[in-house]
Design a protein around this ligand. Structure first.
Ligand code: ADE
Length: 346
């Protein structure tokens, strides 16, 4: 791993690194990530739009406009922020909305940014409102207003910032306030990856990890990875462990199947939590419709985890339907789980 791929260290290490998920920070997962746009597989329209924006900004010798990425976890929002910094030759500073507890946290970071640096805010929709208000002039005018003293003695001082690029990431664009949303010049949604792209990512990662994998095994892994590169890379490492301990180190389709049984990942890539979620709707609520709060309470899981992590893929593959009166399990979900299709008499 080279320096330009590292998040810049700083006294606010807590604020700056808390956002990253533990598995994101595993050195091997980091090293599997593409470093430049040319290496990026999938999300072609997003990549092309970024290529154009980056090239245009470089030609004009200007910083990029602020960029907002939206989409479920694991699809490349953080990776793209790293890539943008690499492509623009700037440093990257990483934080997350909930880590920015006070305006001062944000001011400390902003005042240290250099011209062309990239400031990545993950889960930007969870930034406290009081902190968010400092972002508006920072994004629009590259300035922050300090208030000294209080009451009749209050004085304001405008501090000029270097022209940085804010890259925001959110799983819930609907929760972003309109003033914040409107200050991004580029907005892109990331969708789940198709099987072909995930096979390509698997083969690239296997190559980097120096492990032999059959094309059929790569397809099997891709089909079971919920359309998500982060999952494909994590499962590849588990399958590699299995192959080394129970086999000769190389990976065939049967190795993937055997290793993923141990991981609790089924043929459609569903995890234990996915299956418990669907079974709750079916067994406790007659297949739905049922509200998310009731499902979360029965499962004893956070609503946010279900909405951000579990539901998007189930909606994507049509196992879950969202109606105005609540969530419903689709017939295809019942068939997959081997339970009678709801509301039908056999
Ligand atoms: N590793 C994780 N995501 C990737 C992507 N989109 N392209 C190439 N390698 C990846």
């Amino acid at each position: 791993m080279t320096d330009d791929f590292l998040t810049r260290s700083s006294p606010e290490q807590g604020i700056l690194s808390r956002s990253q998920q533990a598995e994101d920070r595993e050195p091997e997962i980091l090293s599997l990530r593409p470093r430049m746009l040319g290496e990026y597989i999938g999300q072609r329209e997003v990549v092309e739009a970024l290529q154009i924006a980056i090239e245009a900004a470089k030609k004009r010798k200007e910083p990029l406009e602020h960029i907002l990425f939206h989409g479920p976890p694991g699809l490349g929002k953080t990776t793209l922020a790293h890539i943008i910094a690499n492509e623009m030759g700037g440093n990257l500073t990483v934080t997350s909305g909930p880590a920015l507890e006070k305006g001062g946290d944000l001011l400390g970071i902003l005042t240290r940014l250099e011209e062309g640096d990239v400031f990545f805010v993950d889960e930007i929709h969870r930034t406290p409102r009081t902190v968010e208000e400092f972002l508006y002039p920072a994004m629009e005018d590259f300035a922050v207003d300090f208030i000294f003293d209080k009451g009749v003695h209050a004085r304001s001082h405008r501090y000029r910032l270097k022209r940085f690029v804010l890259v925001g990431a959110t799983t819930r664009v609907g929760l972003l306030s309109a003033p914040l949303r409107d200050r991004f010049g580029i907005f892109r949604s990331l969708d789940f990856y198709g099987e072909k792209d995930l096979v390509e990512i698997t083969l690239r990662s296997a190559d980097l990890l120096e492990v032999n994998i059959d094309p059929a095994a790569a397809s099997e892994l891709a089909r079971r990875s919920r359309g998500t590169p982060r999952i494909v890379n994590r499962l590849l490492k588990r399958v590699r462990d299995y192959a080394q301990v129970r086999g000769d180190g190389s990976i065939q389709a049967a190795t993937v199947q055997a290793a993923l049984i141990l991981e609790g990942v089924d043929e459609r890539g569903l995890t234990d939590l996915d299956r418990r979620y669907l079974k709750t709707i079916i067994d406790f609520y007659g297949g739905g419709p049922v509200g998310i709060e009731a499902i979360a309470a029965t499962l004893q899981e956070e609503t946010d985890t279900l909405v951000d992590v579990v539901e998007p893929y189930l909606l994507k593959i049509g196992f879950l339907v969202r109606t105005s009166s609540g969530r419903k399990a689709a017939d295809s979900a019942c068939r997959h789980l081997g339970v009678p299709v709801q509301g039908k008499i056999f």
